[in-house]
Every structure is written in structure tokens, then in C-alpha cells.
Design a protein around this ligand. Structure first.
Ligand SMILES: Nc1ncnc2c1ncn2[C@@H]1O[C@H](COP(=O)(O)OP(=O)(O)OP(=O)(O)O)[C@@H](O)[C@H]1O
Ligand SMILES: [Mg+2]
Length: 189
């Protein structure tokens, strides 16, 4: 039994990629957004998000695992048990446009664009897993293009019988060079 986590800041394309991967690889797809509806939590009114105990989420995800390949997608899949964590990245300017289409308010958009700029999901994934993490830049790519390097990594994992040996691989994803000093000006991006 293997577990692939598809993680990333909201809007980076987790659900779209995970659906395609599950279809191509005939994997069991577990969506955190769907699981979260059934788990008790408290509402963060300011952020308009439900706060859930990670242990309850881990329990709920574990109860849905099947033999073979499992894909857990959604936020915060990078904090759950997994053999590989795929962290999707998107240029903050592009991400901001996508989040605007979600109809989110300015504060929520700002918080998420800042999180993307500061590599928050990657850093949290490294704290939890230390290895088996890859980043894929989705900017300007179709979901199918994004799936190619990801499929190659998963295929390598499936061939090995033990936990993957992939150390953290940064696919050149680092927005700080491109957007230095703009953190305070996310609204102007
Ligand atoms: N590679 C891509 N290129 C362009 N647009 C994309 C890509 N992947 C996803 N999108 C678009 O971006 C939006 C967000 O995609 P998706 O819902 O898969 O993201 P998500 O990471 O699952 O977001 P959330 O965390 O809110 O669930 C959708 O409108 C989708 O069509
Ligand atoms: Mg999603």
C-alpha cells in the first residue's frame, strides 16, 4: 500500500491533478475537502475556514485507505502520513488571479498569496517528512503537463519496496528572487 499526498496553497491545482492521476493510475482518491465536512471542528470566522484537529483528519484519511495506490489531495495533505508529498507551486501573480475567481475576499486572497510566496507548504512538508517531497511548478502548464514528472516519480516509488529515497527536490521554485520586497505589497500584484 502506497500513499501519495497532493499538496499546495489553495488554487495551485491539487484537485485537478489528483483526479487525473487517480484515473491514469487507477488509484483510490481521497479528498480532504470531502472528509473535512464529516469531521467536527471549530469555525474560524475571520478566515471563513473550518479548523480541524490534524489527528482526527489523519484518522479519517486512514479509514479510507485501500490496498494498492492511494492519493490524498487537499489542504493540509502534506501533514498526513504519506510515501511521497507532491507540493504544487504557482507563480503568486497567477495564483492571485485564480483565487479572485473563487470569489474570496481580499484578506483571504492576500493570506494565501503570501503563503505561496514564502514557501509555507513546502517548509511544513519538510518539517513533517524530511524526504520524499517534490515540488512542481504548475505556472503556465496544463494539468496534463504537470502530471508527467509526477507520474514518473510515482512509478519509481511503485517499483521500490521501501520508503522512497527521494530527498527534497526543489524544482527551482523560489519566488523571492522574482518578487523581492513585494510581500508588503501583495495587493498591488
Ligand atoms: N495547471 C493548471 N493550469 C491552469 N489552471 C489550472 C491548473 N490547474 C488547475 N487550474 C485551475 O485553477 C483553479 C483551481 O484548481 P483546483 O481546484 O484543482 O485547485 P486546488 O489546489 O484543488 O484548490 P483548493 O485548495 O481551493 O481546493 C481551477 O479553476 C482550475 O481549473
Ligand atoms: Mg481542491
Amino acid at each position: 500500500m502506497k500513499i501519495i499526498a497532493v499538496a499546495g496553497t489553495p488554487g495551485t491545482g491539487k484537485t485537478a491533478l489528483a483526479k487525473l492521476l487517480a484515473k491514469k493510475l487507477n488509484a483510490n482518491l481521497i479528498s480532504i475537502n470531502i472528509l473535512a465536512r464529516k469531521i467536527p471542528g471549530t469555525m474560524d470566522k475571520k478566515r471563513k475556514t473550518k479548523v480541524i484537529d490534524i489527528r482526527l483528519l489523519q484518522k479519517a484519511a486512514a479509514s479510507r485507505l485501500k490496498k494498492g495506490l492511494n492519493i490524498i489531495e487537499g489542504h493540509p495533505s502534506h501533514l498526513l502520513r504519506a510515501d511521497i508529498v507532491i507540493v504544487l507551486r504557482t507563480d503568486p501573480v497567477v495564483l492571485k488571479k485564480r483565487l479572485k475567481k473563487h470569489g474570496w475576499d481580499a484578506a483571504k486572497i492576500r493570506e494565501n498569496v503570501e503563503a505561496e510566496m514564502l514557501d509555507v507548504v513546502t517548509i511544513e512538508a519538510l518539517e513533517k517528512h524530511r524526504k520524499g517531497i517534490i515540488e512542481v511548478d504548475t505556472t503556465g502548464k496544463t494539468v496534463s503537463q504537470v502530471s508527467k514528472p509526477v507520474m514518473a516519480t510515482i512509478e519509481r516509488l511503485l517499483k521500490s519496496s521501501h520508503k522512497t529515497n527521494i530527498k527534497f527536490k526543489q524544482a527551482g521554485v523560489n519566488w523571492s528572487g522574482k518578487y523581492t520586497m513585494k510581500i508588503a505589497m501583495v495587493d498591488e500584484l
